[in-house]
Design a protein around this ligand. Structure first.
Ligand SMILES: *Cc1c(COP(=O)(O)O)cnc(C)c1O
Length: 227
């Protein structure tokens, strides 16, 4: 089932890229495996996926330990809210922490990464919609926070991430994706970071094609792969 799902997903990615004149080879698929058993992650890996996303530290640690042997190619992505008291564990296993939503959290990541001599890749999570309950920096706070994060030696800013609001139709997410792409382009045009941002993580099962049309180069897929 996973194999067939991935085949369909790749087809849809190709179409969305064709529509928007983009190279499908530049799109990273992150398989978000929260709540899914190890066996299903193995199926995904067998299909050539190397990026695995989780949103809870404890669950991720268990899976990481079980899969670490013999699977050195996996990059683990933290996509859920990260509490500062979990950062020490997080920097040990995650190649990319996508959900950095405060300077305080970035400072703690920097501190814990320094202890293990790691340059930790992160994305800044941006709250692109006014919906109250979600985490993420407000768009107008992002550049100020990035300016401070660039001074942290054990962090490498790789890009931006957003979660679009739940909507009746995926089309409703388009303005939020477009807004984040504009912010991403502005940061790079103004050379706010030492190296240009490379990753724009937007799009989930219900809205990844719209996200790709608006410039995403990293889609985080759970249900589309596993159901
Ligand atoms: C669960 C989750 C996903 C995947 O969601 P689907 O709608 O199942 O594709 C992507 N990103 C984040 C942050 C998530 O928590």
């Amino acid at each position: 089932m996973v194999e067939e799902n991935l085949r369909k997903i790749k087809e849809r990615i190709r179409s969305a890229c064709t529509r928007s004149n983009r190279d499908p080879g530049q799109i990273t698929i992150v398989a978000v495996s929260k709540g899914r058993p190890i066996e299903q992650i193995k199926e995904v890996l067998a299909c050539g996926i190397t990026d695995i996303g989780e949103n809870r530290i404890q669950e991720a640690v268990v899976k990481y330990n079980e899969l670490a042997a013999g699977q050195p190619a996996i990059t683990w992505h933290m996509v859920g809210h990260l509490q500062t008291n979990k950062v020490k564990e997080a920097v040990k296993i995650f190649g990319l922490i996508q959900s950095v939503d405060s300077l305080h959290l970035a400072q703690e990541i920097n501190k814990q990464a320094a202890k293990i001599n790691k340059l930790q890749d992160i994305l800044i999570e941006v709250k692109t919609s006014p919906e109250a309950a979600k985490s993420g920096l407000k768009p107008d706070e992002v550049i100020e926070v990035i300016n401070k994060i660039t001074g942290l030696p054990n962090i490498r800013m790789q890009g931006l991430m957003t979660i679009a609001p739940l909507a009746a139709s995926p089309e409703e997410a388009r303005p939020y994706f477009r807004g984040l792409k504009e912010l991403f382009d502005e940061i790079n045009a103004r050379r706010i970071t030492p190296e240009a941002l490379r990753m724009l993580s937007m799009g989930m099962t219900d809205d990844f094609e719209i996200a790709l049309e608006e410039g995403s180069n990293m889609v985080r897929l759970g249900r589309a792969i596993f159901e």
